[in-house]
Design a protein around this ligand. Structure first.
Ligand code: GRF
Length: 209
């Protein structure tokens, strides 16, 4: 069974969705860069080992990333899952885990990389928004796309209502993507996703739209 380490920084609702999905994986540990991350309590309640590598204790990004990698490697994971992990990672770190490091981004990449994606979507006037699971590469939010789920944007949406609609899809999409990876249906090769899944990912998700 594939071993997974999940990295978080905050409330951990995506992490919880992964834990609750009954995936054919072993969740080896949850690691946060912030001691106060709410997700740590959720993981502990699930009986999963938790660790904190507090970024403020390190003088620069390289030091932090080295400490983080050392901690991750203690658990010898097959897959490292960023679930609301809010630190930019150095190229050295990303390259060390190339093909084993994935992220969920709350927008339909390549639209709206970076922060404040729901606000950007509303300002941009798009009618469709969503979320993306992708392999992590050194350029932030630009890695090869594994799966996406779309939601409509309504004229009376606020950042909050849109974020909630997207988050509902994140909680379906991320476990599904991890399941495909765990089952060996997807891999990264020459910076491209090689997959035996033949059609758009979101059709397998339960969507109210
Ligand atoms: C999610 O919207 C995720 O896409 C983004 O950060 C948020 C984390 O939320 N990267 P949570 O901690 O999983 O609840």
């Amino acid at each position: 069974m594939k071993r997974i380490v999940i990295l978080i920084s905050g409330r951990g609702s995506n992490m919880q969705a992964i834990l609750d999905a009954g995936l054919p994986v072993e969740i080896a540990a949850v690691i946060s860069n912030k001691p106060e991350a709410g997700g740590l309590d959720i993981a502990a309640r699930h009986g999963i080992p938790t660790e904190v590598v507090y970024h403020k204790k390190y003088t620069d990004r390289d030091d932090f990333d080295t400490a983080l990698a050392t901690k991750i490697d203690e658990y010898a994971p097959d897959l490292v899952v960023l679930a609301g992990f809010m630190r930019i990672l150095t190229a050295g770190f990303v390259n060390r885990y190339m093909g084993k490091l994935i992220n969920i981004h709350p927008a339909l990449l390549p639209a709206f990389p970076g922060l404040d994606t729901h606000q950007k979507a509303l300002l941009g006037g798009v009618r469709i928004h969503g979320c993306t699971v992708h392999f992590v590469t050194p350029q932030v939010d630009h890695g090869p796309i594994i799966a996406q789920a779309a939601v409509p944007v309504f004229s009376d949406d606020t950042d909050e209502t849109l974020a909630a609609r997207v988050l509902q899809q994140e909680h379906l999409l991320y476990p599904q993507a991890i399941r495909w990876l765990a089952e060996g249906k997807l891999r990264l090769e020459d910076n491209k996703v090689v997959s035996t899944i033949h059609q758009a990912s979101s059709s397998e998700l339960k969507s109210p739209w």
